[in-house]
Structures are given as C-alpha cells and as structure tokens.
Design a binder for this molecule. Structure first.
Ligand code: DGL
Length: 262
C-alpha cells in the first residue's frame, strides 16, 4: 500500500490548529502531525534566539517522524526563524505571514489594521512586507494584541471579555475597512472582531499558506491522494497527546474554526 502524505504542523500552541483544520478540508486523506510547543507558549514576547531554538526542536521532531512537508503555522516563528529552518532542513517548509498583501489589494487607500504578537509587529519581515505593498500615505496601523494568545490558550472565548480587551488596545473611531489577523491564535476570535467592529473585512494568512503547501507538495511529488480520511497525531512539546480531555479540546477548537471554511 502506498504511504499517505504526512504533513507536519507546528505552532507555539493551539493557534495552528486553525490552519491545519483548513488544510484538512482541502486534503483530508493526508496524515497530520500537529506539534504544539505548550511548554514554551507564548512565543510572541520571547527573543529571536529562544524562538529559533524551540522552532528547530519542533521541526526536527516533525521531520524525524516522517513529515513530507512542514507548515510553521505561527507568524511569530516564521518571522524569527523561517530562514534558519529552511537552510537546515531539506523538506519543504511553509511559513505564515500576515495577509497584508490581499488586504492592500482589496482595500487600497482605506484604513487597515494589523493585529499580531509584539515580536511579529516589531519584526523586520512584517515591515518589509508592508513596504512592498503600501506607499507611505497608506501604511496600515499595527497593534500588538498578545492577550488574545493567553485567552485562546485558556479557552476564554466569550465575546464580552474579548471585546472589552480589544477596546483597551484598539481605537474603534479610526473606522478601519479591514483587519488582518496576523497570529494564528486570533482566528478563533473572528466573531468577537466582527462584534467589536461591526462591518469589517477580516483577512488572515491561512488560505495563502495552504495553497503554497499544496503547490510545494505537488512540485516535490509528495502529493498522494488516498482513500478515506488520514489520521491526526497531536504532540505537545515532544510528547504525544493521549489524554482524552486534551484531544477533545483540540477537536473543539477545530469545530470552532471549521465553519469559516465552508
Ligand atoms: N500563534 C502564533 C502566531 O501566529 C504566536 C502566539 C504566541 O506564541 O505568542 O504568531
């Protein structure tokens, strides 16, 4: 029997489950390994050296457990460590970046807000991306919203709490036309962003990343269609998750996000 394609996903925590969930709607027959670096979450307030070390450990695990490709489903780790990882490993490695390009194309000359972790907001990669896609008159507003990472990790999803927090960091009077969710943990709060802003276009990097993943798998002859759904193995900082309550929590997160992909 032909081996199924194995795709490794990695994030500091549960954020990347949102990206993997979308990938599974597109390619259900692959086997997935999801690595959450729960021992070290959050990455968004750490130094480059630490983030690179932890990302290296995660990718090493995924590659040594048979991943044909790895998705760094974390904007922060991509910003700090993707060049290092690509230079070190021979499997295709796909990163994530805030979706400022599609947002700028659809909302040229309108106000755009980018929310991400402090590390992504300060990182050179985001600033280069903005310089490529905007002129100086239409620069987006960048706001770090790190508490959303802890809310997601602690399963705090109630709209009132999230909107109250957003009100402390975002000035709603700016009337933004679009918000870019530049952290994979933030996708779980789409409903709260909508409640907070009312009419607003929401962008994230999920679709672009998954499209890139499939073209790389095809280019590398690693795209194998098989019958039936593949498996998902969840790993927390190198330990396979077997506890039923944790597995249920991960499945609930996937259910929370999958409605946006239908
Ligand atoms: N989910 C991650 C991202 O996309 C980072 C969250 C964190 O660990 O701070 O940036």
């Amino acid at each position: 029997m032909k081996k199924r394609t194995t795709i490794g996903f990695f994030d500091s925590g549960i954020g990347g489950i949102s990206v993997m969930t979308y990938a599974r709607t597109r390619f259900p027959s692959a086997d997935y390994i999801y690595y959450a670096d729960s021992d070290h979450v959050p990455y968004g307030t750490k130094k480059r050296e630490e983030i690179t070390l932890y990302s290296d450990t995660a990718v090493d695990y995924l590659v040594s457990h048979g991943a044909d490709a790895v998705v760094v489903a974390c904007n922060t780790a991509t910003s700090m460590a993707i060049d290092y990882l690509r230079a070190k490993y021979s499997v295709p490695i796909v990163g994530m970046e805030p979706a400022v390009k599609p947002a700028s194309e659809i909302h040229s000359n309108e106000k755009i807000l980018v929310c991400a972790t402090p590390v992504t907001i300060a990182g050179e990669k985001l600033h280069n991306l903005i310089d490529k896609n905007y002129n100086s008159a239409t620069q987006p507003t960048l706001v770090a919203t790190p508490d959303l990472v802890s809310f997601a990790e602690n399963s705090v999803f109630d709209t009132e709490t999230i909107c109250n927090y957003l009100g402390t960091v975002i000035d709603k009077k700016e009337s933004y036309a679009a918000v870019v969710l530049g952290c994979t943990h933030f996708g779980y709060f789409r409903d709260s962003f909508r409640e907070f802003f009312g009419e607003i276009d929401i962008f994230d990097g999920t679709e672009g990343t998954v499209n890139r993943l499939f073209s790389l798998l095809c280019e590398n002859n690693k795209y194998i269609e098989s019958d039936g759904d593949g498996s998902i193995t969840y790993v927390r900082s190198g330990r396979i998750v077997t506890e039923q309550d944790e597995l249920t929590r991960f499945e609930e997160l996937a259910d929370r996000i999958v409605k946006y992909y239908k």
